[in-house]
Design a protein around this ligand. Structure first.
Ligand code: NDP
Length: 272
């Protein structure tokens, strides 16, 4: 019998990753013979861990904090969206022996927003945070014909630099949280890691337009501080990033296996 196709998620810390559960549900649902493990890989061990995994016949790796930029550097060939975001969350060994790097975070977010009936076209979008996740979601959001994207960050020049990199593909500007007074947005996305430590970026009142939507890329067993803030602002919807996590995994699964899993039952199972 041929060896089973091996996949893994690398990152550090990795103990609480839901990716193995998600991919095993996808595999069972679609009848794919594969195994998917998690491996604690700090940045300094990334090169060696990748070489070893693929030398042993591994087929694909997901990369999470703090490895997405290293994975971008390691990939032999990149999809346009990975090239632009300078961050890779999915590595796939191709039949020619080259390692393909892609970034499925943005498509995961956009798909989850659409699943939740959130319209992006013609909307003013605010992204809080200018780290790796913001980089990954900018191009897919611009592709949905949003009116404008404002990036606000604690370290202001990071937001300004990021906006400069993406302004050729759509109206994009960068600023600090203090510059948000008197502005209003239809959709506010929290791509800071503040929720992970129970914090909320300092946000002025009246930031969310009537019928606006809030979305925290972070997720947890309870509402995150930003999801709670969204409800307090009378958001039409205030969502967390669990759906995005499942959708970005589904996009990676498709790259590896050529099969599109049904995400809805997996999201429901994880929520319960
Ligand atoms: P990074 O470390 O690359 O960036 C973190 C960002 O958060 C920076 O902009 C940083 O600002 C800001 N920040 C951190 N703490 C605070 C705070 N207390 N107040 C205000 N701003 C703060 O992280 P990532 O971009 O990789 O991840 C961001 C979030 O997105 C995480 O919660 C992560 O779990 C989530 N995520 C979810 C995914 C999903 O599938 N649902 C996929 C990818 C990410 P500064 O530059 O000033 O330091």
């Amino acid at each position: 019998m041929p060896p089973i196709d091996a996949y893994a998620v690398f990152g550090s810390p990795i103990k609480h990753s839901k990716s193995p559960v998600i991919h095993s549900m996808f595999a069972e649902q679609t009848g794919q013979q594969m195994q998917y493990d998690k491996q604690d890989v700090p940045a300094e061990q990334f090169k060696a861990a990748i070489s070893q995994f693929f030398a042993q016949g591994g087929r694909g790796v997901n990369c999470t904090v703090p490895l997405k930029e290293l994975a971008f550097q390691r990939a032999d060939t990149l999809t346009p969206r990975a090239q632009k975001s300078k961050a890779v969350n999915t590595l796939a060994m191709q039949s020619d022996g080259l390692l393909l790097g892609d970034n499925t975070d943005g498509v995961g977010l956009v798909t989850d927003l659409k699943n939740n009936n959130v319209t992006l076209s013609g909307k003013k979008v605010l992204i809080l945070g200018a780290g790796g996740a913001s980089r990954g979601i900018l191009l897919p959001l611009q592709a949905e014909n949003v009116t404008s994207i404002t990036i606000a960050n604690r370290t202001v020049n990071k937001a300004e630099r990021l906006a400069d990199e993406f302004k050729a593909s759509g109206s994009t500007s960068g600023c600090g949280f203090n510059d948000l007074n008197d502005q209003q947005f239809n959709i506010i996305l929290n791509a800071t890691s503040a929720s992970l430590s129970g914090d909320l970026p300092p946000l002025p009142p009246h930031l969310l337009a009537n019928d606006g939507v809030c979305y925290d890329l972070a997720y947890g067993n309870e509402d995150t501080p930003f999801v709670t803030w969204g409800y307090q602002q009378n958001a039409q919807k205030s969502l967390d990033g669990l759906g995005m996590l499942v959708e970005q995994a589904a996009a990676a699964f498709f790259i590896w296996r050529g099969v599109q899993p049904d995400t809805a039952p997996v999201i429901t199972a994880l929520k319960s």
